[in-house]
Write a protein that binds this ligand. Structure first.
Ligand SMILES: Nc1nc2c(ncn2[C@@H]2O[C@H](COP(=O)(O)OP(=O)(O)OP(=O)(O)O)[C@@H](O)[C@H]2O)c(=O)[nH]1
Ligand SMILES: [Mg+2]
Length: 504
């Protein structure tokens, strides 16, 4: 292309969002631009040649722009979903379900990597119990009308007196302290601080208006593995050739020691004194994250490969915002890429969320229904349900999120069911819920109440109150039930996406 032709054609050139948009004056027909008066036949020949060249360049540019647009469209992820909710609400577990459902091959390929996390979950539980057997308890705050007691072991603040068997187990499981550090370092590649003996003083908590002081269900959050979770650690597992020989040996030794400790871990968990000690600390297996003690023999076996359910139950808290690309492996959307943002939900992590808000199609908000009588690990003065409601309010009222699809997962329904079944009164913590003297202290009434509360808040503070909110009761460690929910999510998002791109 000649420089004359170039200057003739281009008037402006701008770049918008990385895509070049070029405007120019078209030499469309013989009348424009009009040929100069008294043009010699030689000048006319040059002009026509220049115009022909300009048209050729113009067509070439148009074709390049079209190619780029098609390419960008092909590469562009079809759906971007953000998972929001407080820490331990089930965001990462929901992400695992997405992988399991829509990219099962990738999920299975990563299952082995989760063995390390599961072993770390298990070892931390063991070390927690060993600590309970060792450290004198801090006194528990007095409940209303009750005498103050000590936890965990003895009422006098001294270490509990141990049976011979427990002394033996404590000794034989001692090396697991070091194993915890090895596994944790292996996952995070960060300096590691060992867990200290937990003693959470759960004061009475309220949701909404303050009520009379009630005993709070104690948290056992120290069992959670507080390590950085990012896609790298999974890749690392499959790339052990990059480890030094020493690191590989260290990890092999750790697995051998865990395998050798299997039957003692099982004996510790089944020990009657330990069971009552845990009970006194409000620890029950069904509501604890990453709790693998009851399966100690199975998960410590040398040839253990985590099942899907194990992976869903493994606990690894998220730090920051992780981007996961999910390539659909089956169905109509095969080959399409979905982007999922999995966020750390602890209070200190939430500032990072907003920068992703203007570029997403949907939010899945995880609200753990079981949190009504629990407090935040990061701030034991805050009730978990109260915190979830505040968070929901700020998500609903955010203008940047005004046009995104919102799905609300009322999660941990299994834990809620168990709590209610064991007689915990929801109304004791949520005074605005009328349980008609305990007659309505059931899962249907409570979840209906919660849905109504969430929807009312959305109506009150959403920029577009008529926006539809999709509601689901979930237990995201239940793979089959969650699969149905996710298929519904997929339908909504794919149809929503199609209508947005005006294909339907
Ligand atoms: N019983 C039960 N456990 C669940 C459920 N959903 C999640 N969990 C468990 O709760 C723990 C925490 O879940 P995560 O998905 O890691 O929570 P998160 O929201 O990603 O937490 P952060 O990363 O800290 O923000 C995991 O061990 C899960 O297996 C549920 O519906 N029922
Ligand atoms: Mg997470």
């Amino acid at each position: 292309m000649t420089s004359t032709a170039t200057s003739l054609l281009y008037t402006t050139m701008m770049h918008r969002g990385g895509l070049s948009t070029i405007s120019y004056r078209r030499p469309t027909d013989a009348s424009w631009p009009p040929p100069p008066e008294h043009e010699s036949s030689e000048d006319a020949r040059i002009r026509v040649e220049l115009e022909r060249e300009a048209r050729r360049v113009n067509d070439e540019i148009n074709r390049a722009i079209d190619r780029e647009r098609i390419e960008r469209k092909r590469k562009k992820p079809d759906v971007k979903i953000m998972l929001l909710g407080q820490a331990e609400s089930g965001k990462s577990t929901t992400l695992k379900n997405f992988q399991l459902n829509f990219a099962p091959n990738v999920f299975r390929a990563e299952a082995e990597a989760w063995r390390l996390v599961i072993h770390l979950n298990l070892v931390r539980s063991v070390n927690y119990i060993v600590d309970l057997l060792t450290v004198p308890a801090r006194p528990q705050p007095p409940e209303s009308g009750k005498k103050s007691t000590s936890r965990p072991g003895s009422a006098n603040g001294n270490p509990p007196t141990l049976s011979t068997e427990l002394r033996r187990l404590k000794l034989s499981l001692g090396p697991l302290k070091n194993i915890e550090a090895v596994l944790s370092r292996r996952l995070t590649a960060e300096p590691y601080a060992t867990s200290s003996a937990p003693c959470i003083l759960a004061d009475s908590v309220n949701f909404g208006t303050p009520t009379a002081s009630v005993p709070c269900y104690p948290l056992f959050s120290e069992l959670g593995v507080r390590v950085r979770s990012n896609s790298d650690w999974k890749r690392n597992r499959g790339q052990q050739e990059f480890d030094t020989k020493r690191q590989q040996r260290e990890l092999e030794d750790a697995h051998n020691i865990i395998a050798a400790c299997g039957s003692d871990i099982n004996a510790l968990w089944r020990n009657r004194d330990v069971q009552s000690l845990l009970k006194r600390n409000g620890v029950s297996s069904q509501d604890q994250s990453g709790f693998f003690l009851p399966e100690a023999l199975r998960v410590t076996a040398k040839d253990y490969i985590p099942s899907n359910e194990d992976v869903l139950r493994a606990r690894l808290s998220t730090i920051g915002v992780e981007e996961h690309r999910l390539r659909m492996e089956h169905g109509q959307e095969t080959g399409q890429e979905w982007i999922m943002y999995d966020c750390g939900g602890a209070r200190s992590q939430r500032v990072a969320w907003a920068q992703f808000f203007d570029d997403i199609n949907a939010i899945i908000f995880l609200a753990p229904a079981s949190g009504f009588n629990e407090t935040l690990s990061e701030d034991p003065s805050v009730n978990r349900l109260d915190d979830t409601m505040q968070l929901w309010r700020s998500v609903c009222s955010n203008r940047l999120l005004g046009s995104v699809e919102i799905m609300l997962f009322l999660n941990k329904m299994d834990v809620l069911r168990e709590k209610l079944r064991h007689g915990t009164r929801f109304s004791q913590y949520v005074p605005t819920f009328n349980d008609e003297n305990g007659k309505k202290n059931d899962i249907d009434s409570v979840s209906r109440y919660l849905f109504t509360t969430f929807l009312t808040m959305h109506k009150l503070c959403a920029p577009e109150p008529s926006r539809k909110v999709y509601l689901h009761r979930t237990c995201v460690i239940d793979q089959r039930a969650t699969s149905k929910v996710l298929n519904h999510v997929r339908e909504v998002l794919v149809l929503g996406h199609l209508s947005e791109s005006s294909l339907i």
